[in-house]
Write a protein that binds this ligand. Sequence first.
Ligand SMILES: Nc1ncnc2c1ncn2[C@@H]1O[C@H](COP(=O)(O)OP(=O)(O)OP(=O)(O)O)[C@@H](O)[C@H]1O
Ligand SMILES: [Mg+2]
Length: 305
Amino acid sequence: MHNDQAAGLRAMRSARQAEGPQQAATQPKGKKVKKDKPVRVLAVASGKGGVGKTNVSVNLGVALSKMGNRVLLMDADMSLANVDVMLGLQTQYNLSHVLDGEKTLKDVMVDAPGGLKVIPAASGVKRMAQLTPAENAGIINAFDEIDGLLDVLLIDTAAGIADSVVSFCRAAQEVVVVVTDEPASMTDAYALIKVLSRDYELTRFQLLANMAKSEKHGKMLYDKFSQVCEQFLDVRIQYLGTIPFDTDLRESVQKQTPVTLAKPMSESAKAFRDLAQKISSWPVPTGVTGYLQFFVERLFQAKAD
Ligand SMILES: Nc1ncnc2c1ncn2[C@@H]1O[C@H](COP(=O)(O)OP(=O)(O)OP(=O)(O)O)[C@@H](O)[C@H]1O
Ligand SMILES: [Mg+2]
């Protein structure tokens, strides 16, 4: 590509980024956009497993909820250490019951400690990436039903770059990439960002350093990581924050209670509150991208056109 053409594209992208939404906002076909309050949709991803995605999703969810937001946490990971375990929930229904038409989203939503609502994980998550048109329409209606009842939708994704992870990340307004100070975490996060930017035109990512020794250490990880990404990929990496390594967090995982509730004065709980504060201060999503309908429409779009 011609150099100035590339520069032009980059300029267009920066303009788009400044607007907020990840991708150009087109009104979902045939959909009437409602006048409900916009919903902020964040996907939490990492590439490598075990770096803290579920803890980030749950604790950020609790912190946002304690600040007065209506938060729904969708568990999009089917591994064992999932959201229900972390919150000590007993769940009966999940997304596959919604896809089968047996239950509505409201039916499968579970009240969790800290004021959170949770949609439990299931094989439904895998199926979300390959729905039939009828199932697709059904799930769009299902989300329509909860529009207006939410301020924030958080999606805890699985490790790796499975179809479902990619679908949720590209449908969200913001992708929070969790990294730790390990080469495998950095390279896997880079690989995820590479796929999302190259094949799906995502250009903005929020970096969250987890299990860091200090805020300075977290910022150093960010500097290192963002430099490499921005040098080799057409992306912008923003510094979201740092969560310190905290033994209180480990103990609360054992007790199946989020650290923000079990140990609210711990270092990690404080960091989660700062994070929630920062996210709450972001400008409210504008245009159709702020509506759940848009999120669901994007969820089912095939690879970038
Ligand atoms: N800030 C932290 N301080 C100390 N330990 C942490 C921290 N964050 C996460 N951990 C530890 O890492 C473990 C894995 O965290 P978590 O389950 O949230 O990761 P994950 O990325 O969701 O994993 P998976 O990829 O398997 O879904 C936790 O059980 C906890 O022991
Ligand atoms: Mg997890």
